[in-house]
Design a protein around this ligand. Structure first.
Ligand SMILES: [Zn+2]
Length: 435
């Protein structure tokens, strides 16, 4: 009985001895580690997720500066992983932490009319449908409201497109394809994720509590408010977002009488940017852009959505380790997924269940030409009530020889094909290049 009294006494003494310059308070000053929902000072600005009226829905507020400490209604920080660079800029005194953004002339150059899907809480759970208008809609707010979507216009110059024009596959029309160089006119949207936790939990058929606990524990406690603020339902996850490229008139994307070609592409920097031949990513991306542009030239519209989910959302470090394991183990289509599972524990962490949110934001109700063979993307889109009329595989002629291992393994695992699905025995004979 006496030892239980002694222990805290000894502990207190140690703290007392070191108090002079090494106490946490002398190092950091007064830093609130978290807030609590039962603290009477907490008064979060209400969020009515799924309301059609932005004034009723309310702004998303993440800042804890000024009034934000009491009235914020989102856990986490804006700009996903880039919030860490902002912290570095503040720490190194290159950015005033109280800098107020001046959004003069930064508003969208294209109007994306509000869709009924924006106010269906079962359809949009992973982004803020008012995110592109936030600073202007909530200009009267006395606490910082930041946009989570921005929209602009661009010309794309891609060498592959120049070749398509030269071969006659993609005509110059002066509108979508601007010139003989194959320059493309587009409207583009950058979207940061904004998660409505009850909706995310429901999409995965788990409880909100299980979701919060896993997000807290598996980020090693980065966001204590996931546990201490059950009254706050919005989370800004520290992950990459997506970019939408629209070819043709953006108003046609949501018009069911107009044809739509769509590619959903998950980032693969090694192939997309640097041309690595181990997968079909860049060839399929280029095929998607060309087909999207052609659909726009034919009076419809084309959309390419580029998700930052590098290496099936396992990351590039894991991806290269898998490449090594494949190449050293005799790279065959039969072993393709197994090698990923050995290292990552799963085949894939892209969770396409959240992907269709952007299609709902754009008001897409049907897709005439789906420029993807992925059964996971197909199932996720159809499950969300969006019809897919035709699935368009990458032409065989665009598949680099070393990537046959990947594409044949994927087709055997359920990817769409108009051709043959190989047996397990045949997959053993599909071999990649060794080092
Ligand atoms: Zn790839």
């Amino acid at each position: 009985m006496t030892t239980t009294i002694k222990t805290p006494h000894v502990h207190l003494k140690v703290v007392n001895e070191k108090k002079t310059d090494l106490s946490l308070e002398s190092l950091f000053g007064s830093v609130p580690l978290t807030t609590y929902s039962n603290d009477p000072k907490m008064d979060p600005v209400p969020v009515n997720w799924g309301s059609a009226d932005p004034a009723v829905r309310g702004p998303i507020i993440a800042t804890k500066r000024g009034n934000g400490l009491c009235c914020h209604n989102a856990i986490g920080a804006h700009a996903g992983p880039y919030s860490i660079y902002r912290a570095l800029a503040v720490a190194s005194k290159q950015l005033d932490p109280d800098h107020v953004p001046d959004y003069t002339n930064a508003e969208p150059p294209v109007n994306f009319p509000q869709q009924p899907q924006w106010s269906d809480p079962s359809k949009i759970v992973a982004m803020d449908p008012f995110g592109h208008l936030a600073p202007w809609l909530f200009a009267d707010s006395d606490v910082e409201v930041r946009p989570t979507i921005s929209i602009t216009k661009a010309h794309l110059q891609l060498g592959d497109l120049r070749d398509e024009v030269a071969s006659g596959n993609l005509p110059v029309d002066g509108d979508v394809v601007i010139n003989q160089m194959g320059d493309l006119n587009c409207t583009k949207l950058a979207v940061d994720p904004v998660w409505y936790l009850p909706g995310i939990a429901s999409r995965f058929d788990i409880s909100e509590a299980a979701l919060r606990k896993s997000l807290f524990e598996d980020t090693n406690g980065m966001y204590p408010e996931l546990i201490t603020r059950p009254d706050i339902k919005v989370f800004l996850p520290p992950i990459g977002g997506l970019t939408v490229y629209i070819f043709g008139d953006p108003a046609k994307v949501s018009d069911p009488s107009s044809k739509l070609a769509l590619r959903i592409h998950d980032e693969c920097s090694g192939s997309d940017v640097f041309g690595s031949d181990i997968c079909t990513c860049r060839p399929y991306l280029m095929f998607g852009i060309v087909e999207a542009a052609k659909q726009a030239q034919q009076g419809g519209s084309g959309v390419v959505v580029y998700f930052r989910k590098e290496g099936r959302a396992l990351g590039e470090v894991t991806k290269y380790l898998v490449y090594n394991a494949r190449k050293r183990g005799g790279d065959t289509a039969a072993e393709y997924f197994h090698r990923t599972e050995c290292i990552a524990g799963v085949k894939d962490m892209r969770f396409q269940a959240l992907m269709p949110d952007i299609l709902h934001f754009l008001g897409i109700k049907k897709i005439d030409r789906m420029l993807s063979m992925s059964n996971m993307k197909y199932d996720a889109i159809v499950e969300q009530g969006i019809e897919i009329r035709e699935r368009v595989p990458i032409p065989d002629s665009m598949i680099p020889p070393d990537s046959r291992v990947e594409i044949d393994a994927k087709i055997a695992a359920g990817y769409f094909t108009n051709g043959k699905v190989m047996t397990q025995e045949e997959l053993k004979e599909v071999k990649g290049r060794s080092w």
